[in-house]
Design a protein around this ligand. Structure first.
Ligand code: ATP
Length: 373
């Protein structure tokens, strides 16, 4: 049983040196026992630093980390009952798989040889690497090395698993397979897990909950569906989802959002949410834009088809409002993407009617980025 709490956790590198880097700022996350929490964000946002503070590999500038209610800030890594799996696997090349997996147990526990042997054998069976136990890391594929690295963490039976981009060295197909396997394993073992990735797809498919970091700050913590449907701000809205959410700079006036080449009427409910904020950003996901036969709704717009990108089962259709400034047509303010079924024929350079349904729109405060609706 292990609950992990990050309470106001902050990391400043080079404190007092005059060359300080605020890498993590006042991060608060409560991770439940047995939960799979994914920490996601762009490069340099502070994911690894956060994980390393939990592991004890990096000191904490301020705030508190608690494991099952106990402060662990000052505990050395080995005393924390936490196992970390690195991107690089960090296997000992001169040792066999068996030795790699048993090494930590021999060093840090007083278990007898038979218990260690059976613990390693059990973990190897769980990971389907029994037949590799006498090989050395150099004789294994990337995926197999990954399993050994996991095995080494599992045998310690830790209270918490920390994983730092553990799949990033694998090719795309293997990565997809390992994602499912890791999830299954985590469920079986029921160990509280914090998993770091910069890949939003990985975050969306693996996490019970996702914590999004940007620039050292926690943007939002929630279930994958929460983040997708109710992003707290424009950063999360743009980070989660592929292709990314379309954004339009708009002015809120007379019950409408007026953008480059279009005016979008608002219902009274949306109007209430937006309040008296004038400079806004209208957001709509590509999969929520539909192409319809003719203009029958106030949220239907005549648009030009600039590019059609076939993706197999669907097409990404790049559209622009005809009245938008032609200089910027292509990827400027009046342009956006719709994802439509692959069976539907859309001609490049034709005109179509795009529907941007009001129940699918998001509105953000242009200045703060906060979600208004
Ligand atoms: P990536 O996905 O690229 O690994 P990340 O989200 O894990 O990035 P961190 O490695 O945690 O980001 O780095 C966060 C910030 O702290 C960055 O600005 C980085 O340059 C800075 N940083 C990290 N380690 C140090 C250090 N030892 N000294 C000074 N600054 C550091």
């Amino acid at each position: 049983m292990a609950e992990l709490n990050l309470d106001g956790v902050t990391k400043v590198f080079g404190e007092g040196s005059g060359n300080e880097v605020l890498a993590v700022e006042d991060v608060n996350i409560d991770i439940d026992d047995g939960e799979f929490l994914v920490l996601v964000g762009p490069s340099g946002c502070g994911k690894s630093t956060t994980l390393r503070m939990v592991a004890g590999l990096e000191s904490i500038s301020s705030g508190e980390i608690r494991l099952d209610g106990r402060r662990i800030n000052e505990q050395p890594p080995a005393a924390r009952d936490i196992a970390m799996v690195f991107q690089s696997y960090a296997l000992y090349p001169h040792m066999t798989v068996r030795q790699n997996m048993s090494f930590g147990l021999e060093e840090s526990t007083d278990l007898d040889d038979d218990t260690i042997e059976s613990t390693v054998t059990d973990a190897a069976a769980k990971l389907d690497i029994t037949e590799l136990l006498d090989r050395k890391p150099g004789e294994l594929s990337g995926g197999q090395q990954q399993r050994v690295a996991l095995g080494r963490a599992i045998v310690r039976d830790p209270a918490v698993f920390l994983m730092d981009e553990p799949l990033s060295n694998l090719d795309a197909k293997l990565r997809a397979g390992m994602r499912t396997e890791l999830q299954r394993l985590q469920e079986d073992l029921d160990v509280t897990t914090v998993y770091v990735t910069h890949d939003q797809t990985e975050a969306m498919t693996m996490g019970d909950r996702i914590a999004v970091l940007n620039d050292g700050q926690l943007m939002q913590v929630g279930s994958p569906l929460d983040l997708y449907h109710r992003p707290a701000n424009q950063f999360v809205a743009g980070f989660i989802g592929d292709p990314s959410m379309n954004f339009f700079s708009v002015t809120h006036e007379d019950g409408r959002l007026v953008g480059e080449g279009f005016a979008y009427p608002l219902s009274s409910e949306t109007e209430r949410d937006v309040g008296d904020v004038e400079d806004c950003v209208l957001g709509v996901r590509p999969e929520d834009v539909t192409l319809v036969g003719s203009e029958t709704d106030a949220h239907d717009f005549q648009v030009d088809v600039d590019v059609v990108e076939p993706m197999g089962n669907e097409n990404n259709v790049y559209l622009s409002f005809p009245d938008a400034d032609p200089d910027v047509s292509g990827d400027g303010p009046g342009t956006f993407v719709a994802t439509v079924g692959g069976m539907r024929q859309v001609e490049r350079e034709s005109t179509v009617v795009a529907r941007i349904p009001e129940d699918a729109i998001h509105v953000f405060d242009a200045e703060s980025g906060a979600a208004l609706h």
